[in-house]
Design a protein around this ligand. Structure first.
Ligand SMILES: Cc1cc2nc3c(=O)[nH]c(=O)nc-3n(C[C@H](O)[C@H](O)[C@H](O)COP(=O)(O)OP(=O)(O)OC[C@H]3O[C@@H](n4cnc5c(N)ncnc54)[C@H](O)[C@@H]3O)c2cc1C
Length: 475
């Protein structure tokens, strides 16, 4: 049986196998793909015309284009533009089915993927599995910071941050009459990698350009944006020259860049950092963004434990050079979950890894000989980050591009890789409105967004009857 779904009260709600799979005595082989991000989607597309049945199991119904999440958080794009439904993208391919559910376990011995959606547990048998479950935020052992400084990994994160950013300006306007609102008007971004730089730049532009005439009691351009990082430079992977250029650009925009600043404490009203000389600084801030660390999906640890290997500190799994799990040529792990050659956690690594795994599976299914010694090699097509409208940095091979030409490159590449014609055209329109004009058209948020998100992340507190928080305020 390829698939079985059961309600947790033990009542079987459906048993609907589609293709029995080689390992179950006939039919076409079944490939299960865990995750519908870059690795998962590219693997599925590559296998779409092969003689296999494919089941994608993902905990979100969409293919999320993470590189533009910061634009959802800062009101430039709507979530639908960067997250089209996976089943819509793949609707033409009859050999692909999409199942919603969080994979809780991959049973290597039984060749089964166990997933859960609410009370329903589903077991999907496989002949081959590609695990592309990505990574989440890491708080380096201080998970309690998440309450006050959400990361930016999912659509929920982006919507919560949008509510916190715009909510902070609203709170400042409300309280400005008789209170010091500097904490509400200070935005701290932790982590000066591409995501931190992009978030800091966009919050500053939002305050300086888009919101300027919106308020009566506050001047939005007074907003303080502080970018903190424990390292010595911003955009470390881009090299010192690009880092210096980016820092200077950010500072010209009025962003405070604090380097060598390790986060010591995060609470509802601010962040405390420690410098190398041991001095401490408290930055009062109601709205914080965590862009500092990543932690691979816990499925990496689940797989590693079954084959007796250990993951690295970020939870990434050491696969064989061909991205298979040691002792399991039918199990591939790709993208952000993998340590191989210390390749960076970027979309191209996941996409190329997904394609590599798909090609290997195609060969095995066709009975063609495969070279067991073949390794996955990532072809680095370059990296880029935006600083503000019309300004970016890009490294393409030995070439370092900056300013407007880098921004045009950034624009072209992001439009090319965004999935869907409608999404591309509409996104270009939104960019024209926001970057040539001043408007942010996607500013909708309700206070409930923040309250419900808080309740979802901290159910125990809500069960205790403690008050919910609004825009990062603590009880
Ligand atoms: C804010 C941000 C900006 C970025 N900007 C860039 C950039 O500019 N350029 C670049 O190259 N890279 C960028 N990246 C990195 C890039 O997005 C990732 O490297 C890439 O998405 C990794 O692909 P993946 O397939 O491994 O994981 P993902 O794309 O993250 O996909 C993971 C999938 O697995 C699903 N999933 C997770 N856990 C489970 C589970 N237990 N059960 C079922 N499904 C599960 C998720 O729902 C998702 O569908 C950025 C990342 C972020 C967060």
């Amino acid at each position: 049986m390829a698939r079985m779904s059961t309600a947790t009260d033990q009542q079987t709600t459906s048993t609907a196998p589609r293709g029995s799979g080689e390992s179950n005595g006939g039919g076409r082989p079944r490939v299960v793909i865990v995750g519908s991000g870059f690795g998962g989607l590219f693997a599925a597309k590559h296998l779409r015309r092969s003689d296999v049945d494919i089941t994608i199991v993902a905990e979100t119904p969409n293919h999320l284009f993470q590189p533009l999440l910061y634009q959802v958080a800062t009101g430039i794009l709507s979530e639908g533009l960067i997250a089209p439904p996976t089943r819509d993208i793949l609707q033409r391919f009859r050999n692909i089915e999409v199942l919603l559910g969080t994979v809780t376990h991959i049973d290597l011995a039984a060749k089964q993927v166990v997933s859960r959606l609410g009370a329903v547990e589903t077991i999907t048998g496989y002949d081959y599995v590609i695990v592309a479950a990505g990574a989440g935020s890491s708080y380096f052992g201080h998970d309690e910071y998440e309450l006050y400084a959400p990361g930016l990994k999912t659509l929920d994160d982006a919507k919560e941050l949008r509510a916190r950013i715009f909510g902070a300006f609203e709170a400042a306007e409300l309280l400005a009459e008789d209170q010091d609102v500097s904490e509400w008007m200070t935005f701290v971004v932790v982590g000066a990698g591409p995501t931190g730089v992009e978030m800091a730049g966009q919050i500053r532009e939002l305050a300086q350009r888009s919101l300027q005439r919106n308020f009566r009691r506050i001047d939005s351009s007074d907003a303080r944006v502080v970018l903190v990082d424990g390292g010595d430079q911003v955009l470390a992977p881009f090299g010192p020259n690009q880092g210096k250029h980016t820092q200077a650009s950010l500072e010209r925009m009025g962003i405070e860049v604090k380097l060598g600043a390790m986060v010591y404490e995060v609470d509802a009203a601010g962040v405390t950092v420690t410098y190398r000389d041991g001095t401490r600084e408290r930055i009062g801030s109601r709205c914080k963004v965590w862009a500092a660390g990543v932690s691979a999906s816990p499925l990496g640890a689940d797989l590693a434990a079954q084959v007796g290997i250990t993951t690295d500190r970020a939870g990434r799994i050491p696969t064989n050079p061909d991205l298979t799990l040691p002792g399991h040529p039918e199990v591939f792990v790709v993208g952000d979950m993998v340590t191989l050659n210390d390749y960076p956690g970027v979309a191209q690594v996941a996409m190329q890894g997904g394609e590599f795994a798909a090609k290997r599976i195609k060969k095995m299914v066709a009975g063609k000989p495969i070279d067991r010694g073949e390794s996955f090699h990532y072809f680095d097509k370059g990296s880029m980050a935006t600083i503000s409208r019309f300004r970016a940095v890009a490294n393409i091979g030995p070439l370092q591009v900056r300013g407007f030409p880098a921004w045009v490159l950034w624009l072209g590449i992001h439009i090319t890789f965004l999935v869907g014609f409608h999404q591309r055209v509409t996104t270009l329109g939104h960019w024209a409105v926001s970057f040539v004009g001043r408007a942010r058209t996607e500013r909708t948020f309700v206070l409930n967004d923040v309250e419900l998100e808080h309740a979802r992340r901290h159910p125990a507190e809500v069960a205790d009857g403690r008050e919910l928080h609004v825009a990062g305020e603590s009880s």
